[in-house]
Design a protein around this ligand. Sequence first.
Ligand code: SF4
Length: 325
Amino acid sequence: MYGTDRYEEFMEEKDVMIRAETILAASRELNTRAAIEIPKDVQQKVEKMASEETNPLSRYVLEKILDNYETAIKDRSPMCADTGLPRYYAKIGNQASIEGGMVALEKSLRQATADTTASIPLRPNRVHPFSRKDHNNNVGLHAPTVDYSFEPNVDWMDITVVHKGGLFGGEYRMLFPADGIPGLKRFFLDSIAEFLRRGMSCQPAVIGIGVGGTKDVCVRLSKEAACLRLVGDRNSEPEIARLEEELIDLGNNAGFGPMGFPGKSAVLDVHIEAAYAHTGGMPVGIQQFCYAQRRKTARFFPDNTVEFREDPRWFTPYYRRETID
Ligand code: SF4
């Protein structure tokens, strides 16, 4: 099936491995749970915002968002009619063994995307950018994406699925060292003014900020920061954690409320991730993830048991490592 005798020999040597059928079945379940069930950390923060919002119209909007979360679970239907673009994050243990290898893993994730587009159903949003050709299954050129990270000394694999749109709320700016924190704050305010003013990010939203690296790295980190950390989680560097809290305060005191209405409930959280950059620059990416936070994680063990959870645990100490080890 996989084309090489060497691979078959390798498989026989292994007594335990994560099976392709386990990955397929659990990935279907992951997509279903992500589309329907709001994570508790998000729900609890929206409840707090609704209880504290002083603008009556904005409080009403937040209450309707909470009603919508409950209706989705009761009806087993997606929490938003726009089910976004499914994407995957795979964190693979250095000792993990996957039946069929990485090619089989990617095939299972594509199959699960197509299957659940039909079964939940998800809106088949993915089209060819020129011809607008649509396979009606959210699968196509470079879709869905799978991003990878690795973890030492473990034999499990985590798969996180995120359903995120991508039309609005994403920006990039090349700042310079002299711009510093004030420049970052200005970019943050410009970005939320651009999108939150018109409700284009369907806020309250989590604002992910990637600082440093290169253009592609800071944009990638900003998306991971928006999608793969729990609301309330702070960066492990105290200085960055303090800046996250300062920006939450700034964002919720700039006059923006939920869905473009005035108020103080626009920012669910701010998550910042940093990467070492060229000494002459400070590139910054910003991504906003709406109140319909579709994310779920499954951990696959070699005995083919699967544990589902809400915390992606993507930013491990190893993932954020600064040294050669
Ligand atoms: S931004 Fe979020 S809440 Fe708004 S339409 Fe898209 S998925 Fe739905």
